[in-house]
Design a protein around this ligand. Structure first.
Ligand code: EPU
Length: 418
């Protein structure tokens, strides 16, 4: 097994290049099932979740090869089954996109209930509601979801929860359906727009992604082509927070600053200097970190996936901060680990009450989930002494060579086997 050993107290300085977006990649890769041709997907992040979804497709018969570290050539015309391998599917959340893509292309999908980070129950009722509105029948057989359709017809669907997954999954099912599908109250995250752009680049007719209503006019077929994935908004935010947390000076490169607005605004409020350029943002930390209140919301609100990183930062702010989780029922498991480092945080329901302490003190902790793990790394970078972080599988699912990027900024962080 491996752990990260962090010796805190180094100011991060320099430049960091941000990889392609995980939550776009894990939807765009299975979307290739809908394509009658070869897809060349660029700026694919080199992370575990990507390798798992590619392996799932390969086991189902797809032909996949990396032309270089970040360019994936994928041909799903050779798929020989509509059943996804259960053991692999359980390794990640985004395997639910196989449902929409297989249903859209073959009118049949058998996919095990997906895995991923645990934040309380993670229902997929809105995905299923969308498939059923289009004429599919969906039933659960053990832990397998079985979806079938004679034909898929465009329909009007109003989402009861603003769901990233349901929005993208229904888009996948609709691009080859007969007629027009209108999805209302959809999620507006940058990766929704990216999936729509990918599908349109392959010949789909998807309009309105990034607004509250998406209209998809079904087309007969999608042809192959090339597409480049957007930069990862959450990886960028994680490095921006780390720069502010260590009083450093970091240029976060290869990003879309517009996607970072809520994060940039909060970093300015805590006293960091944030300067936007065309495709990069510089963050210069201040001596003192001011306390702030945060509520996570669907995009363009403050992202839930940046909540643990900010809580780690605010644990040493001067004064009291309130952080309210507005997306997930239970996304504070990692706080028990922060307490081991000396943070003073009380959780009541969906709100964390943070009393800033003078400093954190290094200790052994674990990554309870992907972003909770990122929060632990930031805490370790700020703490006095040595912090050891175990359960790196979570971090590796979504961050590409995280410790190498931090080392290049001057952090004292190493990965060791034990
Ligand atoms: N919801 C329902 N019914 C559904 C679907 C969702 O009630 O059918 C609820 C959920 O319980 C939750 C809310 O709607 O309260 C939002 O869930 P959403 O469907 O948007 O989440 P997701 O698609 O499962 C994606 C990201 C998460 C990110 C959320 C919110 C992927 C693979 N995962 O999850 O990313 O937190 O959107 O932005 O795209 C991460 O990267 O660390 C991560 C957890």
């Amino acid at each position: 097994m491996e752990k990260l050993v962090v010796k805190g107290g180094k100011k991060l300085c320099g430049e960091v290049n941000i990889s392609g977006a995980k939550n776009a990649a894990v939807a765009i890769i299975p979307a290739a099932i809908l394509v009658d041709g070869v897809c060349t997907i660029e700026n694919v992040p080199d992370i575990k979740d990507v390798h798992v979804i590619v392996q799932i497709l390969e086991e189902m018969g797809a032909t996949a090869r990396f032309l270089d570290r970040y360019t994936l050539e994928l041909d799903c015309r050779t798929l020989h089954t509509q059943t996804a391998p259960g053991e692999m599917v359980r390794k990640m959340r985004a395997s639910y996109y196989l449902l929409g893509a297989l249903l859209g292309r073959y009118h049949a999908a058998n996919v095990t209930m997906p895995g991923g980070c645990y934040f309380g129950p993670r229902p997929i009722d809105q995905h299923i509601k969308g498939f059923e509105a289009m004429g599919a029948t969906v039933r659960q057989d053990g832990d397998m979801i079985v979806a079938r359709a004679e034909t898929l017809r465009g329909s009007s669907i109003y989402l009861d929860a603003v769901s990233v997954g349901a929005t993208m999954n229904i888009m996948l099912a609709a691009v080859l359906a007969e007629g027009t599908t209108v999805i209302e109250n959809v999620a507006k995250e940058p990766h929704i727009v990216d999936l729509a752009n990918f599908l349109n680049a392959m010949g789909a007719n998807v309009k309105g992604a990034g607004t509250d209503v998406i209209r998809i006019r079904g087309v007969k077929k999608l042809a192959g082509g090339s597409y480049s994935i957007i930069p990862d908004q959450i990886e960028a935010g994680t490095f921006m927070v780390a720069a502010a947390a260590t009083g450093g000076d970091v240029l976060v490169k290869n990003i879309i600053p517009k996607h970072m607005e809520s994060v940039s605004a909060k970093l300015s409020e805590i006293g960091a200097m944030v300067t936007e350029y065309d495709d990069s943002i510089r963050v210069v930390g201040s001596e003192k970190i001011a306390s702030v209140n945060i509520k996570t919301l669907p995009y363009p609100g403050f992202p839930t996936d940046m909540q643990p990183q900010f809580v780690a930062l605010l644990s040493v702010a001067s004064g009291n901060s309130l952080v309210t989780e507005g997306v997930w029922d239970n996304r504070f498991q990692y706080i028990g680990e922060l307490l081991r480092l000396g943070a003073r945080i009380r959780v009541d329901g969906k709100t964390a009450f943070i009393t800033g302490v003078d400093h954190l003190e290094g200790a052994p902790v674990c990554a309870t989930d992907l972003r909770g793990g990122a929060g632990m790394v930031i805490a370790g970078l700020m703490a006095h002494g040595q912090t050891e972080i175990t359960d790196l599988d979570h971090i590796d699912r979504g961050y590409e060579k995280m410790e190498e990027k931090f080392q290049a900024l001057g952090a004292d962080i190493v990965r060791v086997s034990y």
